[in-house]
Write a protein that binds this ligand. Structure first.
Ligand SMILES: Cc1cc2nc3c(=O)[nH]c(=O)nc-3n(C[C@H](O)[C@H](O)[C@H](O)COP(=O)(O)OP(=O)(O)OC[C@H]3O[C@@H](n4cnc5c(N)ncnc54)[C@H](O)[C@@H]3O)c2cc1C
Length: 392
């Protein structure tokens, strides 16, 4: 079967779904192909911090109604180290900006509902997805759906299929340059039915390793522990997790413990593929770049990418001009690298590195001390955390 569509979008994560909706608002239809089921993508727990710019984009495209009702506006974060607690006050340091905590899976649910209500086409559970003729003016995407072979004939392919997708891999060897840093630790993340010790995120730099607390709702907490890169969840029964969280995050008071609903280990890496384009294939989000989650930037740079891409595609279909499409990669990479720098810096400042000696430990402490004692340094952290303006 052949389906004609102006834009084929591979991947129904936040990047692919939002791109499809932004294009729809520009009068451009698309087909989204997703390897997983709708239920799976709607319940995949990942990021949860939305920058002001991301909130603004969701607002502009009518996808923010439930987020405003259920999301939690956070006006700061707390840094804990050496028994000290220090609050970074976002509005006070950034001229009134803040963040919203709202699970990525909720953003995905909202976007899927919105797309389907507007007649959008999302084909879930597609197998053997492959992309072809990317350097021609008529690229194609092929896949199997329920055993049937389907071909999407299109003019633009958006590779929004995440880090392990097929689109980046389809670009011939030698075209892309890769920049990568793999960190010598991972995060063990849990979702727990436990009331929060604080409404705001707590970042703890402890001699036993980093820990992070975040609140997903008044009854649900998301907590992370720095663990070895090859760690497995079977080694972490619930009691051990709570004991370790109490050691690293606790400041005398015990955390409220509750049933652990989900547990997973995530590796930490920085990765960028340049350029984010090959012929008529445009990579967006995790397909092109990965950040360690310490700076809460992954979802936000994916949103920034597709906002740039939707405008470039709209210009192309309105006038045949490729000016914005040609500038797409360069426009996005400027912001991507800033997010990469901030995520690397937060990661380096807050984690225990196995190879660090006494000199490096003391530098790390000195960095933290500077951040909490200098208004300029606190403002730099706050400005990056709430998100640099989308157009920089
Ligand atoms: C375990 C985990 C925890 C994270 N935690 C945080 C966090 O706390 N804070 C933060 O800011 N960021 C976090 N991130 C990063 C953040 O979730 C991502 O940056 C964000 O999901 C990027 O969105 P995306 O749409 O580009 O990619 P994805 O969300 O990965 O979406 C890609 C989609 O493509 C689909 N797909 C893959 N291959 C194919 C194929 N061949 N054909 C069709 N579809 C395909 C996938 O199933 C998926 O639905 C985390 C990531 C992971 C993996």
């Amino acid at each position: 079967m052949r389906i004609d569509t102006p834009v084929a979008i591979v991947g129904a994560g936040p990047a692919g779904l939002l791109l499809s909706h932004l294009l729809h608002l520009e009068g451009i239809e698309s087909v989204v192909i997703e390897i997983r089921s709708r239920d799976y993508v709607e319940h995949r727990v990942r990021a949860g911090v939305l920058e002001q710019g991301t909130v603004d984009v969701l607002d502009e495209c009518g996808a923010a109604e439930r987020m405003h009702r259920e999301g939690l506006v956070h006006r700061g974060i707390e840094l804990r180290f050496d028994g000290r607690r220090h609050r970074i006050d976002f509005p006070g340091l950034t001229g009134g900006r803040s963040i919203v905590v709202y699970g990525q899976q909720e953003v995905v649910k909202d976007l899927i509902r919105l797309r389907l209500a507007a007649g959008g086409r999302i084909l879930f559970e597609a197998d053997d997805v492959s992309v072809h003729d990317l350097e021609s003016s008529a690229p194609r995407v092929r896949f199997l759906k329920g055993g049937e072979e389907i071909e999407l004939a299109c003019r633009i392919v958006a590779g929004c299929d995440g880090f392990h997708g097929v689109c980046r891999e389809a670009i011939p060897a030698g075209v892309l340059s890769f920049y990568e840093r793999v960190y010598p630790f991972a995060w063990l993340g849990i979702l727990a039915q436990a009331p929060p010790p604080s409404e705001e995120l707590i970042y703890a730099c402890h001699e036993r390793g980093f820990a992070l607390y975040s609140m997903r709702s008044p009854a649900i907490s998301r907590l992370y522990l720095q663990v070895a890169p090859d760690e497995e969840t079977v080694n972490w029964p619930d009691a051990r997790i709570w004991r370790e969280l109490n050691r690293r995050l606790g400041d005398g008071a015990r955390l409220d413990e509750g049933p652990i609903l989900e547990k997973g280990v995530t590796g930490m890496r920085s990765f960028i593929a340049e350029p984010m384009q090959f012929g008529k294939l445009f990579l967006a989000g995790d397909a092109a770049h990965i950040v360690p989650p310490t700076g809460a930037k992954g979802l936000n740079i994916a949103v920034a990418d597709v906002r740039v891409l939707s405008r470039a595609i709209a210009e192309y279909f309105a006038s045949g001009t490729e000016t914005l499409l040609k500038a797409y990669s360069q426009t996005c990479l400027k912001r991507v690298w800033r997010a990469e720098r901030f995520s690397w810096w937060m990661t380096a400042m807050l984690h225990r590195f196995p190879e660090h000696d006494g000199f490096q430990h003391r530098l790390q402490r000195s960095e933290l001390d500077y951040v909490v004692s200098s208004r300029a340094a606190s403002a730099s952290l706050a400005e990056n955390y709430v998100g640099l303006p989308f157009d920089t």
